[in-house]
Design a protein around this ligand. Structure first.
Ligand SMILES: [Zn+2]
Length: 302
């Protein structure tokens, strides 16, 4: 069959579901393996340009697990093309998955999924991203024998992959989950807010007095975009447990804090975490400890 995404003629299809709708698994040399229903297969754009094909094939390859339907075509068309830097990150990720052992020799042909993984239009663009960008410019790929093959991923390349795996590593936002009682107000003004700001992060606080469903959406969005979460359990508030747990589920680092007199009230499951314990008469000291803890946990912002 002809792949409706990249127009490759040697794609194969296999029916995997018949009811309530027909779903096919397509295996394409360029786009990889994907699942689609009949509406997707029969609504591909007419006479797509090479740029449109590269974008669609890149999107399909990078969104595995979706059952593609008709609506995906307009979704693909509305996306911007990734930048060269983003394309090079995608190609490096692809190569580290295919050649996962450090110092393993890697083969690169600039065809098939080596195009779609990084949204490349053709062999020429993929070769440029590999040789000129990743190897010569970024030094993420090296050839230890100098000149010609074999290529390996360099230590800088592995470091960069590690950086990419860190959640929100470019974000400066720090969501603060805490009780907004008058008794802990000085904690915000004298410790939390200045500690976070002085390190170059942006402290985000959403006042619980405005709590309704809309604000909950705002909290979820703010947590998702944060480099780390600061959770103060003073007052033993349910919202703070929820917000810290939500961040942990997303692999976002959490800084744990509690007022000394509330330490015993912490739920047993959370006591395993290393709490910064504070007292109201020593907030300047807490600010310094907080700065050190944040820096040790996530480093300084980029
Ligand atoms: Zn294809």
């Amino acid at each position: 069959m002809k792949c409706p995404v990249c127009l490759n003629l040697s794609a194969s299809e296999e029916e995997i579901e018949n009811a309530p709708r027909l779903i096919l698994k397509v295996n394409c040399f360029r786009c990889g393996e994907y699942k689609a229903d009949a509406s997707f297969l029969h609504s591909s754009p007419e006479n797509p340009t090479p740029e449109e094909i590269a974008k669609a094939s890149g999107w399909v390859y990078n969104n595995p697990g979706i059952i593609l339907d008709e609506a995906c075509w307009s979704q693909i068309a509305s996306k911007n093309n990734p930048s060269v830097g983003e394309k090079s990150d995608l190609l490096l990720l692809y190569l580290t998955k295919k050649f996962p052992k450090p110092n393993q020799e890697l083969a690169f042909q600039a065809c098939g999924q080596e195009l779609s993984c990084c949204y490349a239009i053709d062999k020429d663009e993929a070769s440029y991203i590999f040789s000129r960008y990743l190897k010569d410019y970024k030094h993420y790929i090296s050839n230890p024998q100098h000149g010609g093959q074999p290529f390996v991923i360099s230590p800088a390349g592995w470091d960069h992959i590690h950086e990419l795996s860190r959640i929100n590593s470019d974000s400066k936002k720090a969501f603060c989950a805490m009780w907004f009682d008058d008794s802990v107000k000085p904690l915000w003004a004298k410790s939390i807010s200045p500690a976070i700001s002085e390190l170059g992060y942006d402290p985000i606080r959403i006042d619980e007095r405005q709590h309704n469903n809309k604000i909950d959406d705002e909290i979820i969005t703010a947590i998702k975009k944060s480099r780390f979460i600061l959770a103060d359990f003073s007052g033993n508030r349910g919202g703070v447990y929820f917000e810290a747990g939500y961040a942990l589920g997303l692999n976002i680092p959490v800084i744990w804090m509690v007022r000394k007199k509330d330490l015993k009230k912490i739920h047993f499951d959370n006591r395993q975490y290393n709490f910064l314990v504070w007292e109201p008469n020593n907030l300047a000291d807490l600010k310094q400890k907080l700065k050190a803890r944040i820096e040790a946990t996530v480093g300084l912002p980029k």
